[in-house]
Write a protein that binds this ligand. Structure first.
Ligand SMILES: *Cc1c(COP(=O)(O)O)cnc(C)c1O
Ligand code: SF4
Length: 342
């Protein structure tokens, strides 16, 4: 079964019913639902299914709030050459393509991602690499997109080899949804490409619900970890998908059990047409607080907000210190509060 790429295809699977608002929503972003994800959707309750909700368009996407933006995290303002976002001195993003294996309806690059579109040409990729070569302060290159594991295995291997050949690049980090949503792409050739000879490669996998970890995904994560690739987990906090303590607890444990260290829990960005996925920061903080005494440190991600306008990410987790500077107190994970010599 191929990836489903149209409302008609979703309708044939019984995932949507015809609706003009839905057609309008589908115009704003491409559709893609992989067979692996389709197989995990509970057909008895598609409307509330945490997997269907992430990939099946909804009429709610046509509702645009005034605070929503088309470049919610200010990538454009920090792009010195096409395909690069350089916001921090020691690390930058390199986006070789804008295609993804699935299209997540809440995507923070919703206005940019899509099949084909703005993939870098060979000359543009060469210009981006030249920028990195010319900036010795760049210690880490983060491949994102789109999804870098959508590159053909040979192009991926060539790109990683080119980065590996830049002596000041110590770390290559990839952020991808492929291991979760289309593990069949991770053949031996791809896994081999993820092993640069000199630099260290880390792989961040984007996973929002424990149900996304089906048997093929667990197998892919095992092969990646067995190949010696350190794995990080990235989760977006999403209303109606994972914004409750049990769901987050189960997800973080499932990730650690799959050898994936939960790295960030992202507060949802102010993306156009995604208000139905957003939760308040107060709710996110309450969830992090509730997880604190339950989950080990290993299983606990940092809750972060990407400050709108291109100012980078900051932790926005709950504060455990009292706000009286003359009588410092610290809260514990179980609701107690204790004085601490300031
Ligand atoms: C998120 C991001 C990074 C990586 O940030 P970390 O906190 O190191 O994960 C780097 N550059 C840009 C532009 C980013 O948006
Ligand atoms: S895989 Fe990532 S970049 Fe692609 S649509 Fe989903 S969230 Fe956006």
């Amino acid at each position: 079964m191929p990836t489903l790429r149209s409302l008609d295809a979703l309708e044939r699977e019984g995932l949507v019913t015809p609706d003009p608002l839905l057609a309008a929503a589908a115009e704003t972003m491409a559709i893609a639902l992989t067979p692996e994800m389709l197989a995990l959707i509970d057909r008895r309750d598609v409307a509330n299914d945490p997997i269907a909700r992430q990939f099946v368009p909804s009429a709610a996407e046509t509702v645009i709030a005034p605070e929503e933006r088309d470049d919610p995290i200010g990538d454009e303002a920090r792009s010195p050459v096409k395909g690069i976002v350089h916001r921090y001195p020691d690390r930058l993003l390199l986006k070789p393509l804008h295609a993804c294996p699935v299209y997540c309806r809440f995507c923070f690059r919703r206005e940019k991602v899509g099949p084909g579109g703005e993939a870098l040409s060979d000359a543009e990729l060469e210009a981006a690499l030249a920028y990195i070569r010319a900036h010795p302060e760049v210690w880490e290159v983060i491949l994102t997109g789109g999804d870098p594991l959508m590159l053909a295995p040979r192009r991926l291997a060539a790109l990683i080899a080119a980065l590996d050949a830049i002596p000041h690049v110590a770390v290559i980090r990839l952020h991808s949804r492929v291991p979760i949503v289309e593990p069949s792409r991770l053949g031996d050739e791809v896994v081999a490409a993820l092993k640069p000879r000199r630099a260290t490669l880390w792989l961040g996998v984007h996973c929002n619900h424990a149900r996304e970890l089906g048997a093929p995904t667990k197998d892919a994560l095992r092969r990646l970890a067995d190949a010696g690739i350190p794995l990080l987990g990235q989760t977006v906090l999403l209303a109606g998908i994972n914004d409750d303590v049990e769901t987050l607890d189960t997800l973080m444990r499932a990730l650690v059990a799959a050898r994936v260290k939960p790295y960030y829990l992202h507060h949802p960005d102010l993306v156009r047409g995604t208000g139905h996925f957003r939760v308040s920061i107060a709710r996110g903080q309450a969830l992090m607080k509730a997880l604190r005494g339950r989950l080990s440190g290993l299983a606990t991600p940092t809750y972060v907000l990407d400050v709108p306008g291109g100012y980078g990410k900051v932790p926005v987790g709950p504060n455990y210190l009292g706000d009286d500077p003359d009588a410092l107190t610290v809260g514990d994970a179980f609701g107690g509060r204790h004085p601490y010599p300031g």
